[in-house]
Design a protein around this ligand. Structure first.
Ligand SMILES: [Zn+2]
Ligand SMILES: [Zn+2]
Length: 80
């Protein structure tokens, strides 16, 4: 089975740094919760952010049949 590189996440939460790949999440509230409270951040476009390919999976998001632990399956990491 061929493995394809993932596209970079579209946006990240301004508070917790969660990634999203969904267009509908842009400028919407983050869905993560922290100790039972919902995150108060909003997803902001990744424009202007610098991404690097995950070194563990080379942007594929998986290592063999396992989700890559380095990037939680996103394939990308935020620089800085
Ligand atoms: Zn968040
Ligand atoms: Zn990875």
């Amino acid at each position: 089975m061929p493995q394809f590189k993932k596209r970079k996440p579209l946006a990240i939460c301004s508070v917790c740094g969660a990634f999203t790949g969904e267009h509908r999440d842009l400028n919407h509230r983050c869905r993560r919760s922290h100790q039972g409270r919902r995150c108060w951040g909003t997803f902001k476009s990744n424009l202007g952010l610098v991404w690097e390919e995950c070194l563990g999976c080379h942007a594929i998001g998986r290592v063999g049949s396992e989700i890559c632990v380095e990037c939680s399956g996103w394939g990308w990491r935020l620089l800085g």
